[in-house]
Design a protein around this ligand. Structure first.
Ligand SMILES: Nc1ncnc2c1ncn2[C@@H]1O[C@H](COP(=O)(O)OP(=O)(O)OP(=O)(O)O)[C@@H](O)[C@H]1O
Ligand SMILES: [Mg+2]
Length: 493
């Protein structure tokens, strides 16, 4: 593992360096490096070619001298003329091979050892490159070399011996010029690239990052949403996406604040409603002592309804608290529960809306009684409200049907109606708080509460497709512990 001190001391320094250099600075340095590398790739063969050209120039001068000497008998000339001729070529010796005879045309005293031979007639690029770097790096001013090239006047070849020093100086001059030109080109290219990137890319990026920081400071303020410039490139896309995201976030946060305020209001209403219901409960308790048989029949129902209402207020009415209390699950008879729903909604035999309960005989569901009741009341009340939009209602046509069956360890409950079906808006915002209501006076919470309660049981609620009216299907699985307990019960038996 790397020592702690290394990473902690090194990283901030590197981060500071990277920040100071910035994106444009880094690109500047990278461009200079890339162009310099490209120049090196160009330089290596070019220095070899330049060396060959320099040597070919010397051979060409020797070639001209050979043509001049042709006029002399047997190529014989005076020593002084030889020296002049050799000086003009920059050579120490010029020889030519004609008819397998090597003829020295002009020479001075050559005392040193020849360091290298170059035959320009047959020169591969690799050998030319090696030769060039050999001259550049390893030759001394006193070294001499022999150069062989094509001969004039039907000769086999022309041969000269020259000092290597001038060639070395020439190659160093050439290298220095290439380096200077490369530096100038790469600096100009990098500066252009820097400016182009700065205006096209870095400045807009700064604008986006500055806007992000300003937005973060006050995300609920729609004035802080970035202004889109209308660019069509990736920066434009980033701006548009950011603007959409900021709009969504700002409106979401505004909604959250409204919900928080609403939650507080609901809690206050809840508190006083509970007190009022408690008073109503006291009065109905007194009523239940009256001897009237009709009062005797209805008073317990009224008492139960008030009790439930107080319980709802006591625990968590809709979104008053962040979470519903966890379900207190027991085996509940579904048929009785469905009857309770019917009674609560007052859908007796005289009602204009028909009620069909098709629950398997003796079906027990492993659920919190009150929570499942709330789920079914919400679904059934929605169905009633949907059917009432078609008033006047007809009992044979307008029906609510509740079915219940067991499939292994899961109880499936369906609440179906023959109403007008689900509106598109409600379908789009299914189970989204405050979003899906299409009813005047509706809050859009009923289905959300139902789905939350079902999910707290580990179950699922979904809107079934392709039915007349609307059909909700609920699945409530038995608790795993319950299964284990049952298995052990069975084993004991
Ligand atoms: N059985 C149904 N048939 C047709 N539309 C329905 C049915 N059940 C729900 N809907 C649609 O779904 C919407 C949302 O229902 P939800 O119960 O969540 O809210 P709500 O009934 O409008 O208000 P509340 O919060 O008071 O219940 C309803 O406004 C209605 O348009
Ligand atoms: Mg509802």
């Amino acid at each position: 593992m790397a020592p702690q001190g290394f990473t902690t001391n090194d990283s901030p320094a590197r981060a500071r360096w990277a920040t100071r250099l910035g994106l444009s600075g880094k690109l500047f340095v990278l461009t200079v490096c890339a162009i310099m590398m490209a120049e090196v790739v160009f330089y290596v063969p070019s220095v070899a070619t330049d060396r060959i050209a320099w040597l070919t120039d010397r051979l060409a001068a020797a070639h001209t001298a050979a043509l001049v000497l042709k006029t002399e008998k047997d190529y014989r000339i005076s020593d002084s003329l030889q020296r002049e001729l050799l000086a003009s070529i920059g050579a120490k010796m010029v020889a030519m091979r004609i008819d397998n005879m090597r003829q020295v045309l002009a020479t001075t005293q050559v005392t040193q050892q020849i360091r290298q031979d170059v035959d320009t007639r047959d020169m591969s690029m690799v050998r030319a490159i090696i030769g060039a770097f050999d001259t550049l790096l390893f030759c001394k001013d006193s070294d001499i070399m022999r150069v062989v090239g094509p001969a004039p006047m039907g000769g086999d070849f022309l041969e000269i011996v020259i000092d290597e020093g001038p060639l070395r100086q020439h190659l160093w001059r050439y290298s220095r010029n290439i380096l200077l030109i490369s530096l100038v080109i790469s600096t100009i290219a990098a500066a252009l690239l820097y400016l182009a990137l700065h205006y096209l890319f870095v400045r807009p990026m700064h604008r986006i990052t500055n806007n992000m920081m300003a937005f973060r400071a006050d995300p609920e303020n729609p004035a802080r949403v970035i202004t889109v410039t209308g660019r069509q490139d990736e920066i434009g896309i980033a701006e548009r996406e950011l603007a959409t995201m900021q709009h969504d976030l700002a409106s979401m946060l505004q909604q959250k604040s409204r919900l928080a305020a609403l939650g507080l209001a609901v809690s206050k209403i809840n508190h006083d409603l509970r007190n009022l219901l408690a008073s109503a409960q006291l009065i109905s308790d007194r009523l239940s002592h009256l001897p009237d048989p009709r009062v005797q029949r209805f008073a317990p129902k009224l008492m139960r309804a008030l009790e439930r209402a107080i319980d709802f207020c006591q625990s968590t009415l809709s979104y008053g608290r962040a979470q519903e209390p966890p379900p207190d699950r027991k085996m509940v008879g579904l048929a009785a529960l469905v009857d309770e729903v019917r009674e609560t909604l007052d859908l007796g035999p005289e009602s204009a809306i028909g009620w069909v309960s098709a629950v398997e005989r003796g079906l027990m569901v492993d659920a919190d009684h009150d929570q499942l009741l709330r789920v079914l009341i919400n679904l059934a009340r929605n169905a009633v409200q949907a059917l009432e939009t078609r008033a006047p209602n007809d009992r044979t046509r307008d029906q609510i049907r509740v079915t219940g069956r067991r499939q292994g360890a899961v109880v499936v409950i369906e609440v179906a109606d023959t109403g007008p079906g689900f509106p598109e808006k409600a379908r789009e915002h299914l189970f989204e708080a405050f979003q899906g209501s299409t009813r005047t006076g509706g809050t859009g919470l009923g289905l959300v509460i139902a789905s939350e309660l079902v999910r707290a049981h580990g179950g699922e609620i979904r809107l079934a497709d392709g039915t007349i009216g609307a059909t909700f299907q609920i699945t409530i699985p038995d608790r795993a512990v319950e299964l284990d307990a049952r298995r052990s019960e069975r084993a004991r038996a």
